[in-house]
Design a protein around this ligand. Structure first.
Ligand SMILES: *Cc1c(COP(=O)(O)O)cnc(C)c1O
Length: 398
């Protein structure tokens, strides 16, 4: 079968909830992916930052295959030998008392929302069913009904109501709006330290620090959705560390498994995650030994290969080169680490056609929000590979 055959099958039998570039990936290693015809491409999306460690990292593959031969799934009805070690290692790495393992990012966000509400009722003494959670416009936190209900993106919501009450939306980067939105019933402020899906948007200088202070003085939990921005992507282990603050609740996923398996987690201190009692919450696959073995190795790779430092260094290099482009199409280049958005002018006619051209030149990236090209390669990328991508980007954008 060739690429065209696979595309035909998918168009016929698959629900059309995505609009992928027509590249059919058959295998991948590190920063490179190969299609069925043997063409090779540099991956500049990294599965939305799930493969920060590079595709099929040999150490993660080894940990996965070793664990797969021992035991893959126990359910939480019984205990296993991997979960306790992941719990300890992850809490020590990120500096929290406790963690709760789930699978997808959306599930971890839902878990954090549930934890915040329960904390509100049992610790903050908010009256029953009155808890409020504040979120930001242009957020992306996943695709469940509760989560799309707090989205401001029309397409994420259209046709999926009615939605879950208890959410308030304020503009991103607006401290005064946060202050004004807080009531005695507010339990949490959920925020992306960098908004990835809405176009790699970085909030104004000092915003997160001020938001953290407001949350603290109002007894509101600051919950950082670090599913895309975390685990090295921004040049730090967590993107909110750029602001020298500590979120009360951290949500991670994506690169937690290096892309090998769906693994997500919520981290917090005992006063918050301690609110869950047996039976309050759960997941059949959450915390399974295969997931935990994969996540443990994926975290060790981030530390051992100094991926945060590399993201910072390579990101600065790439950003500077992009800012030097003489292009009639570029409005702005922004980002932190290897998390870069190239915003195009309206006159460029959308980012999609540039992504199509880049694919023909051997670089895979994806438009986000019509006018932004997101550049987010695996963090193991080397300088010659960045230089190759820069040449292709310059060719299509100039
Ligand atoms: C990808 C993402 C999610 C959702 O993760 P899934 O694994 O797709 O459910 C949530 N929040 C942010 C910031 C994300 O980038």
């Amino acid at each position: 079968m060739n690429s065209k055959d696979y595309i035909t099958l998918e168009e016929e039998f698959g629900a059309h909830n995505y609009h992928p570039l027509d590249v059919v990936i058959d295998r991948a290693q590190g920063v490179w992916v190969h299609d069925c015809e043997g063409n090779k491409y540099l991956d500049f999306l990294a599965a939305y930052s799930a493969v920060n460690q590079g595709h099929c990292h040999p150490r993660i593959v080894a940990a996965m295959t070793e664990q797969a031969q021992k035991v893959a799934l126990t359910s939480r009805a019984f205990r296993n030998t991997q979960l306790p070690l992941l719990e300890k290692e992850l809490c020590e790495l990120l500096g929290y008392d406790m963690m709760l393992p789930m699978n997808s990012g959306a599930e971890a966000v839902e878990t954090a929302l549930k934890a915040a509400r329960k904390w509100g009722y049992t610790v903050k003494n908010v009256p029953e069913d009155q808890a409020e959670i504040i979120v930001c416009a242009d957020n992306f936190h996943g695709r469940t009904i509760a989560i799309v209900g707090m989205s401001t993106e029309a397409q994420y919501r259209d046709g999926f109501g009615p939605f879950t009450p208890g959410f308030k939306v304020i503009p991103y980067g607006d401290v005064a709006a946060l202050k004004a939105a807080i009531t005695p019933n507010t339990v949490a402020f959920l925020v992306e330290p960098i908004q990835g899906e809405s176009g790699v948007r970085i909030p104004p200088e000092g915003y997160l620090k001020e938001a953290a202070d407001i949350c603290k003085s109002s007894n509101v939990l600051l919950m950082a959705d670090e599913i895309q921005s975390g685990l090295g992507r921004s040049g730090k282990l967590l993107a909110h560390h750029w602001d020298v603050i500590r979120a009360d609740v951290v949500i991670i996923g994506k690169a937690l498994s290096g892309g090998m398996y769906p693994v997500s987690a919520v981290l917090s201190d005992r006063d918050v995650l301690g609110v869950f009692k047996p039976g309050d919450h759960g997941s059949t696959f959450g915390g399974n030994p295969l997931a935990c073995a994969v996540a443990r190795e994926a975290l060790r790779v981030i530390v051992d290969e100094k991926l945060c430092e590399r993201s910072h260094e390579m990101g600065n290099y790439l950003k500077e080169k992009l800012q030097d482009f003489k292009s009639p199409h570029i409005q702005e280049v922004r980002g932190r680490g290897l998390f870069i958005g190239v915003e195009l002018k309206e006159s460029a006619g959308g980012a999609r056609r540039f992504c199509e051209q880049l694919k023909e030149k051997g670089v895979l990236c994806k438009e986000t929000h019509t006018h932004v090209i997101r550049l987010a390669p695996p963090l193991v990328i080397e300088r010659p590979e960045i230089d190759f991508a820069i040449d292709q980007l310059e060719a299509v954008l100039s």
